[in-house]
Design a protein around this ligand. Structure first.
Ligand code: HEM
Length: 163
C-alpha cells in the first residue's frame, strides 16, 4: 500500500514538473500581423471592403479614382475581361497575406509594372488610402495594426505614384 502511494506521488510530481517546466507565454510564437488581421479570411474582408469603397468613390461626382480605374471597369463591364477585377482582388489578398507574415505568396506584377502608364498622382494615392482606412475601420482593425499595415503600404508609394 505504502509502495503504491509512493508511485502515485511520484507520478503526480513528474506531471507537475512537466507542466510547470514549460512557459507557454514564452514558447508560443507571437501572432503575426497576418494572424491579427484574421488570416486569409480577415484580409479578404478588408480587401473586399476596399474594392467596394473604391467602386462607390468612382461613382461620385468629381470622383478622384475614376480616371485610373476606368480602363479596368470598362473591361469588366463590357465583358471584354470579366475577371480582371477578380484577379486584382486575389492578387492583392496574396500580396497583403505575404507582406504581413502569412503563408500566402504574391504572384502578380511588381508595383512599378502594375501601375506603369497610369500616372497615379499623390492625391489619388491619398484617396485610395482613405478607402482602405474606411475598410480597416469597418473591419475593426486596431490602431496598432493599422499603423503596421500602413508601414508596409506606404513603402510602395514611390513605385505606385508618378509612372
Ligand atoms: C500601395 C498602394 C497600392 C497597392 C499595394 C496596390 C496593389 C495593386 C495590385 C496587387 C494590383 C494587381 C497587380 C496584378 O494583377 O498583377 C494593382 C492593380 C491596380 N491598381 Fe493598385 N495598388 C496600390 C495603389 C493604387 C492606387 C493609388 C491606384 C489608383 C488610384 C491603383 C489602381 C490600380 C488599378 C486600376 C489596377 C488594375 C490594373 C488593371 O488590371 O488594369 N492602385 N494594384
Amino acid at each position: 500500500m505504502k509502495h503504491s502511494l509512493l508511485i502515485v506521488a511520484m507520478l503526480a510530481g513528474s506531471l507537475f514538473v512537466s507542466s510547470c517546466g514549460k512557459n507557454d507565454a514564452e514558447e508560443a510564437p507571437a501572432p503575426t500581423l497576418y494572424d491579427r488581421l484574421g488570416k486569409t479570411e480577415g484580409i479578404a474582408k478588408i480587401v473586399d471592403g476596399l474594392i467596394a469603397n473604391v467602386g462607390t468613390e468612382t461613382q461620385m461626382t468629381n470622383s478622384v479614382m475614376l480616371r485610373s480605374h476606368k480602363p479596368m471597369l470598362d473591361a469588366v463591364n463590357s465583358g471584354a475581361d470579366p475577371t480582371r477585377l477578380q484577379r486584382l482582388r486575389n492578387n492583392f489578398i496574396d500580396q497583403v497575406g505575404e507582406a504581413t507574415g502569412g503563408p500566402l505568396k504574391y504572384k502578380g506584377l511588381s508595383m512599378l509594372t502594375a501601375h506603369k502608364g497610369m500616372a497615379v498622382t499623390h492625391t489619388e494615392f491619398t484617396v485610395w488610402r482613405a478607402q482602405l482606412e474606411k475598410s480597416l475601420n469597418t473591419n475593426k482593425v486596431s490602431e496598432t495594426d493599422k499603423a503596421a499595415l500602413y508601414a508596409i503600404i506606404d513603402k510602395m508609394h514611390d513605385d505606385v505614384v508618378g509612372h
